[in-house]
Design a protein. Structure first.
Ligand code: ME8
Length: 641
């Protein structure tokens, strides 16, 4: 009997375009789906968009659109992106579709009939960006969301509650009995300790806005968007209207939900509780991956560092982009998307290791046997070790994929690829070729290599569907690689004598690491700066600048530029003559102001008047030199240092 496998991504909010984060989960799901197909499973893979809720309603409003118009314009952008990334999903679900509304109504009714929904009042804080209720003890800085940092809204409204607390023990028991229910382990521990702090009942209805699925037993209320969204996983498998399919891809299937760590609690707590209440089987695994940053920083539109998959595909090609994402970090860990490490990864793993192996092998086959497969039954030194590593690789891949550890599976494959490169160096086909008596051994060595490449191409197919198919073409295999099965990789003789190999063409070009222009830090300084006519600090200390108060001011007779001031210092009253009359036609306004003056200048006489100091002024092109005024609260005599 064929085994069934159902894999999902989160359904993404339509408020932003897909980016490297959403691409990551979707590529991961595609890799898993394709891998399971190579294992002989009947696979169903669903992705989609989450289209209800306050966030969407408000976003549409700011664009003068109805929520439906807004979501209709956004959903295709996800579909387009998934096509570009070669995502082979079976179904794209939109929560505004009638089939989904039917499913939500059905599960609500079932849970309600069970007595697990009651009417109450919700009073508390709500994060619209995360569409989540935030308990008071999680609020940060008095009114901000602990997850996204946005300001919270106070909500006080009649609401229907789901008795989630009732399922706490049952859920804990399930997690305990199914150690792989939540993967990776670190996330499981986090979820378990959260549950142990006691689950609260969940508010599952809203009645202060309209964009959602109405609740039959609660007129005026719409379904809380997460209760609605999580249900998509059963909508898509026919919960409301296709019992046969539901039986196949839910009840009798492995069910794996993939998501980022941001929403693991919704999937590992709320969703299983909903299913327990509705009497539906729980998923097999809830797998949360880590968070991507870009060149070491959190991705954000305002910083302009959001990694756009289109651009990456243009630079490296789809398959290489998919490979790098899956290989760069362990699935549960956070990762940084940095050009330098991506290019290093491409050059070492793809161009050097795999690309070279393919080229060398096909090049030698062409040179020694004209590209036509020969008989080769002379096993020799190193063959055993190569074959052993292959056995290990198969086990590593199987074990890693069972735990959804993509990078570990790839690591295992590359161990085999490295072993094959080493095998070439050990067996030195070029030496064997020189000796006519070693011809058959040479054939065996070369056959081991083409067989190894055939095997590897099937294993890398889920990650790089096009490149692996290119390898098959170069090996002269005409069947479509998507039909390949891992089960068939047990032997070592895929090629019969006489088989014609294809032409070798480099499939992974080496790339140069671009010299990335140093990002100009707006606050950066020039440490080499030379300052002309610089003075020592001691020179400055000689100048006494202090705060003085203007007591009186008048024009100096016969000098239309000069004003005569009486100023108060800490130790008495002085007279200062200043050439700022043009800047202050109504000089009286200055009386009472505190200004800065140099008070240790040698007194001089100007137009017969003594000046016992000098005001500091700012040259102002528009309206002449102005005094530097100081806040009236600053103490008289305060020194400028
Ligand atoms: O949460 N790194 O939708 P969403 C890694 N509609 N993954 C990232 C990421 C990043 N920087 N940014 C986003 C929702 N993701 C709900 C889901 S499901 C019933 C409802 C990925 O558009 C990751 O998978 O905010 C994360 O969980 C998801 O996008 C959040 O997508």
């Amino acid at each position: 009997m064929t085994k069934n496998f159902y894999v999902t991504t989160p359904i993404y909010y339509v408020n932003g375009d897909p980016h490297v984060g959403t691409a990551y989960t979707t590529i991961a799901a595609d890799v898993l789906a394709r891998y399971k197909k190579t294992c002989g499973y009947d696979v169903y893979f669903v992705t989609g968009t989450d289209e209800h809720g306050q966030k969407v309603e408000e976003a549409a409003k700011t664009r003068n659109l109805t929520p439906q118009q807004w979501t209709d314009s956004m959903a295709p952008r996800f579909k387009d992106m998934w096509e570009k990334l070669n995502i082979e999903y079976n179904d794209f679900i939109r929560t505004t579709e009638p089939r989904h509304k039917d499913a939500v109504k059905k599960i609500l009714k079932t849970v309600y009939d069970k007595g697990d929904i009651y009417k109450g009042e919700y009073e508390g804080k709500y994060c619209v960006a995360c569409e989540t209720f935030v308990p008071e003890n999680s609020v940060v800085n008095e009114n901000f969301c602990p997850d996204c940092g946005k300001e919270l809204r106070i909500v006080k409204e009649e609401s229907y509650f789901f008795k989630m607390s009732k399922y706490q023990d049952q859920l804990l028991k399930h997690i305990e009995e199914n150690p792989d229910f939540i993967l990776p382990n670190s996330r499981k521990n986090e979820v378990v300790s959260f549950i142990k702090q006691n689950l609260h009942d969940l508010s599952i209805s809203r009645n202060t806005f309209e964009w959602g699925i109405p609740i039959d037993f609660a007129p005026g209320h719409i379904t809380y968007v997460w209760f609605d969204a999580l249900t998509n996983y059963i909508t898509a498998t026919g919960y409301a209207n296709n019992p046969e399919m539901f039986d196949k891809f839910w009840n009798n299937s492995e069910v794996v939900h993939l998501m980022g760590k941001d929403i693991v609690r919704f999937h590992a707590i709320i969703w299983p509780c909903m299913l327990l209440s509705a009497g539906i089987k729980l998923p097999t695994n809830v797998v949360a991956h880590g968070w991507w940053t870009s060149e070491g920083e959190k991705m954000s539109k305002s910083k302009g560092n959001v990694v756009a998959p289109e651009l990456e595909i243009e630079k490296y090609g789809v398959d290489v982009f998919r490979y790098c994402l899956m290989r760069e970090v362990n699935f549960g860990n956070d990762g940084d998307y940095a050009t330098k490490s991506i290019i290093t990864r491409i050059n070492t793993d793809l161009a050097n290791d795999l690309g070279n192996l393919l080229n060398r092998t096909l090049g030698m086959y062409k040179k020694y046997f004209n590209g036509i497969v020969v008989k080769g039954d002379i096993s020799g030194e190193f063959d055993e070790s190569l074959k052993n590593i292959w056995e290990e690789t198969l086990i590593t891949v199987e074990k890693s994929m069972a735990k959804v550890e993509f990078s570990k599976a790839l690591e295992g494959m590359w161990k085999f690829i490295s072993r094959m490169n080493k095998y070439i160096d050990e067996t030195t086909p070029w030496t064997l070729a020189k000796d006519e008596t070693s011809k058959e051994r040479l054939g065996t060595v070369m056959n081991n290599l083409i067989n190894g490449l055939y095997k590897v191409s099937v294993l890398i197919y889920p990650y790089m569907p096009t490149k692996s198919s290119d390898i098959w073409r170069q090996l002269g295999v005409i069947n479509p690689i998507k039909e390949a099965k891992i089960e068939e990789l047990k032997g070592w003789n895929f090629f019969n004598p006489g088989h014609v190999l294809g032409e070798a063409e480099p499939i992974f070009p080496r790339l140069e690491i671009p010299v990335i222009e140093e990002k100009k830090d707006e606050l950066s300084i020039n440490e080499e700066l030379v300052i002309e006519n610089s003075i020592e600090i001691g020179d400055f200390d000689k100048i006494k600048i202090e705060v003085v108060e203007i007591l009186a001011v008048e024009k100096v007779k016969g000098a239309d530029k000069l004003l005569k001031f009486k100023v108060k210092l800490k130790d008495g009253i002085r007279q200062i003559i200043s050439g700022i009359a043009k800047s202050y036609p109504e000089q009286e306004i200055l009386v009472g102001e505190k200004v800065l003056a140099i008070t240790n200048l040698k007194p001089v006489k100007l137009r017969g008047e003594i000046s016992q100091g000098m005001f500091l002024t700012v040259e102002n092109k528009k309206n002449g030199s102005k005094l530097i005024q100081v806040d009236s609260k600053v103490e008289l005599g305060a020194r400028i240092k």
